[in-house]
Design a binder for this molecule. Structure first.
Ligand SMILES: C[S@@+](CC[C@H](N)C(=O)[O-])C[C@H]1O[C@@H](n2cnc3c(N)ncnc32)[C@H](O)[C@@H]1O
Length: 281
């Protein structure tokens, strides 16, 4: 782990971020082809073109769909809002779980990712993908500041929201605003399931340990980043700071955090922490 992290740090320290992303995604696509992971008959996005995370696209989507469904007491007639939906990793399995009374709205800043999802996701339910014209250095996107973005949903209209691996790429002011918007659009009693890097006392101890899967360094007060020069690459928030945003958003915790293995040297489970919040009735 120490050697791998050392090489990663060197590469990230020397080469431009966009170039590192390009090479990394190309390598991941090539590995998938060589290992026969791109199965015929199932549409699968290209990482290099569609901004997709690691792992098997459909299997990972089903895994998080199941965690989400359990966390929010999912019903087939729900209106679901998917924050930073990407190429539809969650939209594919959710489209199968929703019935004709259900509705799914996904938004993302990537036109290419949304194009893939629009082309391939089909369902009995009403499905829509919305382009968020917001800026992000990590995703080389331009537009308005994400801290002013209004989610594509009415007040109190969404039964359940999800955000898989989005808050780990949001600057603090954007993360606080996205929680506030979530609080606005959720129906009373509605829940959001999200993943990210939450720094509690346990994680803070040795947070920069090079043997950890994702060592982090201080970026701002209560905020940590894998690379403080490029905080949106992987960003984490102190629990106390996150709690302030949760409260300001009118949300409460609905379940204990399930800690991911990002802040450990080994272990099973998911990489990021899993968080479930609720808008009280
Ligand atoms: C790691 S990917 C995860 C995508 C998807 N949730 C999934 O699980 O496959 C993060 C996604 O967040 C999107 N994103 C980043 N910043 C955003 C923002 N401020 N608003 C909306 N989408 C954003 C990116 O375009 C990217 O598709």
């Amino acid at each position: 782990m120490r050697v791998t992290n050392g090489i990663k740090r060197l590469v990230h320290g020397v080469l431009p971020r966009a170039f590192v992303n390009l090479v990394w995604n190309l390598g991941s696509d090539a590995r998938d082809v060589l290992l026969g992971r791109r199965k015929a008959g199932r549409p699968q996005p290209w990482r290099v073109w569609h901004n997709v995370g690691g792992g098997d696209f459909h299997a990972t989507g089903r895994h998080f769909r199941d965690l989400f469904a359990e966390a929010v007491n999912f019903q087939p007639g729900f209106h679901v809002l998917d924050l930073g939906c990407g190429a539809g990793r969650l939209a594919f399995p959710l489209a199968e779980s929703l019935d004709e009374t259900g509705r799914y709205t996904g938004f993302d800043l990537s036109d290419r990712a949304l194009g893939f999802a629009r082309k391939h996701v089909t369902s009995r339910a009403r499905i829509e993908f919305v382009r968020a014209q917001v800026e992000s250095r990590e995703y080389a996107a331009s537009g308005q500041k994400a801290s002013g973005y209004v989610f594509p949903a009415e007040d109190n209209s969404v039964d359940a929201a999800l955000a898989i691996s989005l808050f780990s790429h949001l600057l603090p002011e954007d993360a606080a605003h996205y929680l506030a918007e979530t609080g606005r659009v959720l129906k009373p009693g509605g829940r959001v399931f999200l993943t990210g890097f939450l720094v509690e006392a346990e994680q803070k101890e040795g947070i920069g340990n090079p043997d950890h899967f994702l060592p982090m360094r201080p970026f701002a007060d209560g905020v940590w980043a894998a690379d403080p020069r490029h905080p949106e690459r992987a960003i984490g928030f102190d629990r106390a700071l996150f709690d302030q945003w949760v409260k300001a958003a009118g949300l409460v915790w609905a379940a204990p955090v399930v800690a991911g293995f990002w802040s450990r040297t080994g272990g099973a489970g998911d990489f990021q922490d899993a968080i479930v919040l609720e808008k009280p009735r």
